[in-house]
Design a binder for this molecule. Structure first.
Ligand code: FEO
Length: 175
């Protein structure tokens, strides 16, 4: 096995954290879908998929490193929200918590001189910067629009996703 027992168990914990984030985002997406806010719902369903991918990235790493995959129990996500800002703030706090968890994993890897795990974690460190920054932006847009003008948030997300899709298509054409 390429990693310590302690690192194995910390990564298993993170698999649970990432699946937990995925479930929380499904709950937020469903809340927005119930409110008829389809772009917000689609955005959070997509975030939920990304969190699942993060969990699977850790699972595959454990398998590659010869560790044991033991997924911990995952707490129920919160299902009710006072308003849109409340739901997006919860998501932002979740991202900040995950950033902290990733930092702790990096610290453990450094302490154990585990360069292989540290190298794998650098992808997550970069990803967290992107995720915290985009969730922070979304919260600002939601707060600026206000609860009665969430249609502006829907427009913002529709434009954002169209731009992302265009950039992905252009990157594919260039490769
Ligand atoms: Fe997997 Fe958004 O952190």
């Amino acid at each position: 096995m390429l990693i310590s027992k302690k690192m194995n168990s910390a990564i298993n914990q993170q698999v649970g954290n990432e699946f937990g984030a995925s479930l929380q985002y499904v709950a937020i997406a469903a809340h927005f879908a119930n409110e008829g806010l389809t772009a917000l719902a689609a955005h959070f369903y997509e975030q939920a998929e990304e969190e699942r991918d993060h969990a699977m990235r850790f699972v595959r790493y454990l398998v590659d490193a010869g560790g044991r995959v033991e997924i911990p129990a995952i707490a129920s996500p919160r299902a009710t929200f006072k308003n849109a800002a409340d739901a997006v703030r919860l998501a932002l706090n979740h991202e900040l918590t995950v950033t902290n968890q990733i930092n702790q994993l990096v610290e453990l890897a450094i302490k154990e001189s585990d360069h292989i795990t540290n190298n794998m974690l650098s992808w997550f460190v970069k990803e967290q910067l992107e995720e915290v920054s985009s969730m922070d932006n979304l919260l600002k847009v939601v707060q600026r629009a206000g609860e009665s003008n969430l249609i502006h948030v829907e427009d913002y997300l529709t434009r954002l996703h169209a731009k992302t899709a265009r950039m992905v298509a252009e990157a594919k054409d260039e490769s």
